[in-house]
Design a protein around this ligand. Structure first.
Ligand SMILES: [Zn+2]
Length: 205
């Protein structure tokens, strides 16, 4: 997949054409050779096929519009006007710089205006954006923007903590370091008390 410029970041390029699986397998064979091993030895024989299939799974977010998960909303909330929060949602993504795993958890909160969604849908939005080539900052922003756009809530907060294999397994080799990013919108950005309440519910302070 080739991105001309950052307008397409996190989305398939407009002229994206599916490529045959055999071409993906050939690319994996090339990488095995590049690593210094022999793709024809017995132990590696089925590896290109497995890696190609794994890539379909790692990057299946390109096949969906995560916002669709938020299209079915419920207006009948019995007067509920407090924060809805989903904590410690595990996710895996891949960094767009090294295609190395990003492993972490997300906390997602919103203060409904008059519509709520089924709680599992928030996690599905996260997965839809995570299963693409990402940077953590953009993943955080995309999840928050998507909820803002589809639910028009009073506030949205997304906090993501993750470790990056490109840091822990190569380069500076700093195992155990996690990076935290957040995006606060609406009342969670503008009102200090709401922001504090949200962060407390997230276990962040
Ligand atoms: Zn990286």
């Amino acid at each position: 997949m080739v991105f001309d410029d950052d307008d397409h970041a996190g989305k398939p390029a407009p002229d994206f054409q599916p490529i045959p699986m055999a071409a993906a397998e050939d690319a994996v064979r090339t990488l095995i050779r590049w690593a210094g091993d022999d793709p024809d030895r017995e132990g590696l024989h089925d590896t290109p096929g497995r890696v190609a299939r794994a890539y379909r799974e790692y990057f299946k977010g390109y096949e969906e519009d995560p916002g669709l998960h938020l299209s079915r909303t419920f207006a009948e909330v019995g007067g509920y006007d407090e924060i809805v929060i989903l904590r410690d949602i595990p996710f895996q993504s891949h960094c767009e710089h090294h295609m190395a795993p990003i492993i972490g958890k997300a906390h997602i909160a919103y203060l409904p205006r008059n519509r709520v969604v089924g709680i599992s849908k928030l996690a599905r939005v996260l997965q839809g954006f995570a299963k693409r080539l990402q940077v953590q900052e953009r993943l955080t922003a995309e999840v928050a923007d998507c909820i803002q756009e589809h639910l028009d809530p009073v506030g949205v907060a997304v906090v993501i903590e993750a470790s990056h294999a490109c840091m822990s397994a190569r380069g500076v080799m700093t195992a155990g370091v996690t990076m935290t990013t957040s995006r606060m919108m609406g009342v969670f950005r503008d009102d200090e008390r709401s922001r504090r309440e949200c962060l407390t519910l997230m276990g962040r302070n």
